[in-house]
Design a protein around this ligand. Structure first.
Ligand code: PMP
Length: 288
């Protein structure tokens, strides 16, 4: 069945869901978004996604025309129209129609768009055998340029890195920051296991504060695994016992090779598999 799309209070068939070419979301990538999972009819970590969406909007001085509660109602309306208990929601707020100049203050009608569809970021076999990564030359945006904490509609920084890993014939790209520390991948956060402890780059490394990242940190602490947010170089990746990526679309995916070095024994590791199982238990018993 063709997905139904919500735009500013109305539900459209996918084919009829349109916005203006004068929308600054199209002209300049001016807007914010969220990717959100729905498991068993419940929106996973809904309030966290709402908080991040409204914080991203605040950071770019974009006033979302509806409240968080109204946004949640709008997501439920979209889900009801689609009638699927499991979905991937793409929620966008664009700056709206403006002139051909940059001035966002001349845009008076932000567009709220909610797509409920499905997504498969990586082929299913990689969840079993693990993904290969390559570190790329494109640096993650400097926080004082476009802060990676803003989930903005402009993903060119990530797309440039994605092009590099595709050219290298590898599934995902590791982006470093300007100081040479590991930041994140193009659409996922990165974790390693070293001496049994879980280590992930801190927010100050210039990353999106992933909601799945936070869930995994909580699960690891629950399981009694020491967990640290710490600056990492590529060395730290190469000598890790295990590595995996987290994201709403990817969920948890094991990593077994980085820059042609095998990670651990080249198989998804025990801590990764345990966290993956704990994560699956959370999502199958999803209560929001
Ligand atoms: N980093 C980037 C650059 C992302 O785009 C995403 C989301 N796709 C993530 C990390 C993971 O964030 P979350 O777990 O909230 O989906």
């Amino acid at each position: 069945m063709s997905p139904k799309v919500y735009i500013n209070g109305e539900i459209f068939e996918k084919e009829d869901a349109r916005i203006s070419v004068y929308d600054h979301g199209v002209l300049y990538g001016d807007g914010v978004f969220e990717g959100i999972r729905v498991y068993n009819g419940e929106i996973f970590r809904c309030s966290k996604h709402m908080d991040r969406l409204y914080a991203s909007a605040r950071a770019i001085a974009l006033e979302i025309p509806i409240s968080k509660d109204e946004m949640v109602d709008a997501m439920h309306r979209t889900l009801d129209a689609n009638g699927t208990p499991d979905a991937y929601i793409r929620l966008l707020v664009t700056r709206g129609i403006g002139t051909l100049g940059l001035n966002p203050y001349e845009c008076h009608d932000p567009q709220v768009i909610i797509i409920a569809d499905s997504i498969a970021l990586y082929p299913p076999e990689y969840y079993e055998k693990g993904l290969e990564l390559v570190s790329v030359a494109t640096l993650r945006n400097h926080p004082n340029a476009v802060n990676p904490r803003i989930k903005s509609l402009n993903y060119l920084n990530n797309i440039l890195a994605k092009i590099e890993c595709i050219q290298a014939g590898v599934g995902e790209a590791i982006m470093l920051n300007k100081d040479g520390y590991v930041a994140e991948c193009t659409g996922d956060n990165i974790f390693t296991v070293r001496n049994g402890a879980l280590v992930t780059p801190p927010v100050h490394a210039g990353i999106l504060e992933g909601i799945t990242r936070q869930v995994v940190i909580e699960l690891a602490r629950e399981a009694g695994i020491e967990t640290r947010e710490q600056d990492m170089t590529r060395f730290d990746l190469y000598v890790a016992e295990e590595c995996f990526l987290t994201g709403t679309a990817a969920e948890i995916i094991p990593v077994v090779r980085i820059d042609s070095r095998e990670i651990g024994d080249g198989q998804p590791g025990p801590v990764t598999l345990m966290l993956l199982k704990m994560f699956r238990d959370q999502t199958t018993n999803n209560t929001g």
